[in-house]
Design a protein around this ligand. Structure first.
Ligand code: HEC
Length: 105
């Protein structure tokens, strides 16, 4: 194999695994950091979710845009929903919000 072909193969593998990991990571972060309140299914019907009156994604998805939710996930809202802007990169927050919204489908 020529050097350029090897380089192309390596590059291809790096980008494909990076994309694959990113998806898996987002779901793992949601389950780890968000589902305790929002529920694995996004309905917020967890002990903590009920106590904090977390809304069901099936309702909020029609009321709040993706951009609204990205803002809330980044900056926080009220005393119970923390902003995660210091923990995650903007594209991770966007991924989390998209994953969260996808639970309503
Ligand atoms: C300690 C409980 C808690 C955790 C953990 C939590 N949230 Fe929330 N979240 C809330 C509450 C409560 C609200 C509703 C705030 C309001 O409308 O006053 C909320 C609202 C939101 C909203 C706005 C849509 C809505 O339901 O009003 C988004 C988006 C959101 N959370 C994303 C996340 C993401 C992403 C994570 C994980 C990185 C996360 N949350 C972790 C409690 C939590």
């Amino acid at each position: 194999m020529s050097k350029s072909k090897i380089a192309a193969a390596v590059l291809f593998c790096l980008t494909c695994t990076a994309a694959g990991w990113a998806q898996a990571d987002i779901k793992a972060i949601f389950l780890d950091k968000c589902s305790i309140c929002h529920g694995e299914d996004g309905t917020g019907k967890t002990a903590k979710g009920k106590k904090l009156k977390v809304k069901d994604i099936h309702e909020t998805v029609t009321k709040e845009s993706e951009a609204d939710m990205i803002k809330i996930a980044t900056e926080g809202k009220g005393k119970d929903m923390d902003g995660f802007g210091k923990d995650y990169k903007p594209d991770q927050i966007k991924g989390l919000v998209q994953y969260y919204r996808s639970l309503a489908k």
